[in-house]
Design a binder for this molecule. Structure first.
Ligand code: ZN
Length: 289
């Protein structure tokens, strides 16, 4: 099968039939979404957050792609050609206006480009770009460019690294210097004093670019967690727990939690500990207190 010819055929079909969302834009869904993101903005009493565009047409757990869905068609072609793995690489959303409660949203999709084959770190593959457009009636209200890499997996590395090392850069080196000294450091804005984690170059509240840090007490409670079963992680015995912990200081911080999965629960009081890997790296790890 000629991939480029198949791509042209799918592209020539243009936009798919519009598929309506399951429910109108509604406040209960917005509340859940804001809560999950920890956003307590009061701005959404009459309109929904623009970034929720995709939410309104999600098909649920047992969703099946429509027969004229261009991404589904292109993925099938690439599967047949041996490019069996997939990873999303980037997406860009454009919002034309706010959505109001009660509006019925429908989605349609068209294929923009299929580019390849390209050699990537994951393996040789094709970049497939689609454009989703959300409509209310005939009015486009939001769009999303969505790109995936569909690739043939490269053979596994013969020897895995003994440990996955964090990226240390100018924004984060204070943190790793802290762990080496047994300190949990939280970035603090040099302008307004706000604490933030993960660290970044600029304060999102006052845009000051002189970050400092405070040493946190290292005490907190489990805010959320996952039990990691697969894939294997060098230096770890499976399964293990990764916890998002709310610190006493109010920011949330993610690290491994050294507690058996069946004993972990939301609200579990924890204390930070430090695991020395080698001269250059000390990892923070949560322990029960
Ligand atoms: Zn600030």
């Amino acid at each position: 099968m000629d991939i480029e010819a198949a791509a042209r055929a799918v592209k020539d079909r243009g936009e798919s039939t519009r598929r309506p969302g399951r429910d109108p834009v509604n406040l209960p869904m917005v509340r859940n979404w804001l809560e999950a993101l920890g956003d307590d903005s009061p701005a959404y009493t009459e309109v929904a957050p623009p970034a929720m565009a995709q939410v309104w047409t999600m098909g649920g757990l047992h969703h099946r792609r429509a027969d004229d869905d261009p991404l589904g068609a292109m993925l099938a072609v690439l599967d047949d050609a041996g490019y069996t793995s997939i990873v999303a690489t980037d997406c860009e959303q454009t919002y034309h206006r706010y959505l109001r409660y009660g509006e019925e949203v429908a989605i349609a999709s068209r294929l923009e480009t299929v580019v390849g084959p390209k050699r990537t770190a994951l393996g040789d593959g094709w970049f497939v770009t689609t454009r989703n457009t959300w409509y209310v009636g005939d009015e486009p209200v939001a769009e999303m460019m969505f790109r995936v890499l569909k690739f043939a997996p490269a053979p596994a590395e013969p020897k895995p690294a003994p440990v996955i090392r964090p990226m240390v850069n100018r924004d984060t080196e204070y943190f790793w210097e802290g762990t080496a000294r047994g300190e949990l450091r939280v970035q603090q804005c040099g302008g307004c004093g706000e604490l933030r984690h993960p660290p970044g170059p600029m304060c999102p509240s006052c845009t000051e670019t002189k970050p400092g840090y405070v040493v946190a007490s290292g005490l907190g409670e489990v805010y959320s967690y996952v039990v990691h079963h697969h894939p294997p992680v060098p230096g770890h015995t499976l399964p293990f727990v990764v916890a998002l912990v709310e610190l006493e200081e109010g920011v949330r911080f993610m690290a491994e939690l050294a507690v058996p999965p069946e004993e972990v629960h939301i609200g579990l009081p924890v204390r930070i500990g430090f695991r020395r890997v080698d001269d250059e790296l000390t990892m923070p790890v949560w322990r029960r207190r």
